[in-house]
Write a protein that binds this ligand. Structure first.
Ligand code: CP3
Length: 343
C-alpha cells in the first residue's frame, strides 16, 4: 500500500485527517500565479508551456502542502486539438469556433492527431512526476464529453447550455456523434497523461446538472463509463474521480454506473445526505462552498470541521464544491488546512 494519503482514500481507506486539495488551486488568487502568467503572456501560452505550467502547478504545493497537485491545463485544450478554434478573451472567459450540425462534427480532426497539439501537456506531466514531493499525488484531468461539447457547440460558456440542448433536440444522432468523438479523444488524452505519470485522473462534468432523465444516462453516465472502462483496461488500478456537478439525486449510484473510484460533490449537496447515499458506494470528495475562501473567519473553520465529521465514517478527500475564485484570500486557505489537519 502506498504512503500517499490521497491514493489511500481513493483505495477506500477511511482516515482521521482526510487528504486535501482544492479545485483551481493554481490560479489568480495567488500572486505568484499572476506573476508567472504575466511572464507567459496569455492563458493558453501558459497551458502549452511545460516549464511554466509545471511551475504554477507546484506553487500551491510549496505554499500550502496540499496532498494532491492537479496538472495545470484546461478542459478546452482537447477541443482545440480536435480542430475547434480556441482563444481566451481577457476578462471574458473562453471563446471557440462553433459546431452547429453533423457536418461540423464530421469536419473535426481524426483522434490520432490530437497528440500533435497536446504533447506539451504530457511534457508538463513528466516534469511534475519528477519534481513533486514524494507524498504528493499527481492528478491529471479532462472535461467530460458533454461539458466540452457545450463549449464547442456554443463557442463560449452558457448559463443554461441552450445551444447544446438545441443541437441535441434537432439532430440527436449528430449530437451523439460529437459525444462519441469526444469520448474517444478523451480516452487517448487521459491515457497519454497516465503514461506520462499522472497517478489519478479526474473527469470534470461541470454542466452535468442540465442533463435530465434519459439524457443524463446517455450523455453523462454512459460516456463516463466508457472512458473509465477503457482507462482501467489500459492502466489496471488507475483511480478515477468523476465530478458530475449539480447532478442532484443522480449522484446516487453514479459511482456504480460509471466505475468511478470517487465522486466529487458540488456545494449544493447536503453532506449528511451524501454520506448516507453516495459515500456508501466509495470515496467522496468536495462539498465546501468556495465562498468561504473569500469570507473566512470562524464560519470557514466550523463548516470545514462539519464536513470532515460528516464524512468521517468512510473514505473522503477534502475539497471545495467548485473552483476557488480569484477573490479568495490565500490566508483563508492556510486557515482551512489548519482546521482540517489540527485534529
Ligand atoms: O488548478 C487547477 O484546478 C488546474 C487547472 C484547471 C484550469 N481549468 C485552469 C484555469 C482546471 C482543472 C480547469 C478546468 C476547467 N476549465 C473547467 C472545469 C471545472 C469548472 O470550473 O467547472 C472548465 C469549465 C474550464 C473552462 C474555463 N477555463 C473557463 C470557463 C474559464 C474562464 C473562467 C475563469 O475562471 O476565468 C477558464 C480559464 C481558466 N482555467 C483559468 C484557470 C487558472 C483562469 C485563466 C486566467 O489565468 O486568466
Amino acid at each position: 500500500m502506498t504512503d500517499k494519503k490521497l491514493l489511500r482514500a481513493l483505495a477506500g481507506e477511511k482516515q482521521a485527517v482526510p487528504p486535501v486539495w482544492l479545485m483551481r488551486q493554481a490560479g489568480r488568487y495567488l500572486p505568484e500565479y499572476r506573476a508567472t502568467r504575466a511572464k507567459a503572456g496569455d492563458f493558453l501560452s501558459l497551458c502549452y508551456n511545460p516549464e511554466l505550467a509545471a511551475e504554477v502547478t507546484l506553487q500551491p504545493i510549496r505554499r500550502f502542502g496540499f496532498d494532491g497537485a492537479i496538472l495545470f491545463a484546461d478542459i478546452l485544450l482537447i477541443a482545440q486539438a480536435m480542430g475547434s478554434k480556441l482563444w481566451f478573451a481577457e476578462g471574458e472567459g473562453p471563446r471557440l469556433s462553433t459546431i452547429t450540425d453533423a457536418a461540423g462534427v464530421a469536419a473535426l480532426r481524426p483522434t490520432a492527431d490530437i497528440h500533435e497539439t497536446l504533447s506539451p501537456v504530457y511534457e508538463t506531466v513528466k516534469i511534475l512526476a519528477s519534481e513533486l514531493p514524494k507524498e504528493t499525488t499527481l492528478i491529471g484531468f479532462a472535461g467530460s464529453p458533454w461539458t466540452v461539447a457545450t463549449y464547442m457547440i456554443a463557442g463560449r460558456g452558457t448559463p443554461d447550455q441552450a445551444p447544446a440542448h438545441a443541437f441535441k433536440a434537432a439532430d440527436r444522432a449528430g449530437f451523439a456523434a460529437l459525444i462519441d468523438r469526444l469520448s474517444e479523444a478523451t480516452i487517448e488524452y487521459l491515457s497519454a497523461q497516465i503514461s506520462a505519470g499522472a497517478e489519478v485522473v479526474k473527469l470534470f462534468d461541470s454542466w452535468a446538472g442540465s442533463l435530465k432523465g434519459e439524457d443524463f444516462t446517455e450523455f453523462a453516465e454512459k460516456p463516463a463509463a466508457r472512458i473509465i472502462a477503457a482507462l482501467k483496461e489500459r492502466h489496471p488500478g488507475i483511480p478515477i474521480i468523476a465530478f458530475p456537478r449539480e447532478a442532484r439525486e443522480r449522484y446516487v449510484g453514479f459511482a456504480k454506473a460509471t466505475g468511478a473510484d470517487c465522486v466529487a460533490l458540488d456545494n449544493s449537496v447536503d453532506a449528511a445526505w451524501a454520506a448516507e447515499h453516495v459515500q456508501k458506494d466509495g470515496c467522496v470528495q468536495g462539498n465546501l462552498a468556495p465562498q468561504h475562501m473569500i469570507t473566512g473567519g470562524q464560519a470557514l473553520v466550523d463548516e470545514a470541521r462539519r464536513i470532515v465529521d460528516t464524512f468521517s465514517q468512510g473514505p473522503h478527500i477534502f475539497n471545495l464544491g467548485h473552483g476557488i475564485t480569484p477573490q479568495a484570500d490565500p490566508d483563508n486557505v492556510s486557515r482551512l488546512l489548519a482546521a482540517i489537519r489540527e485534529r
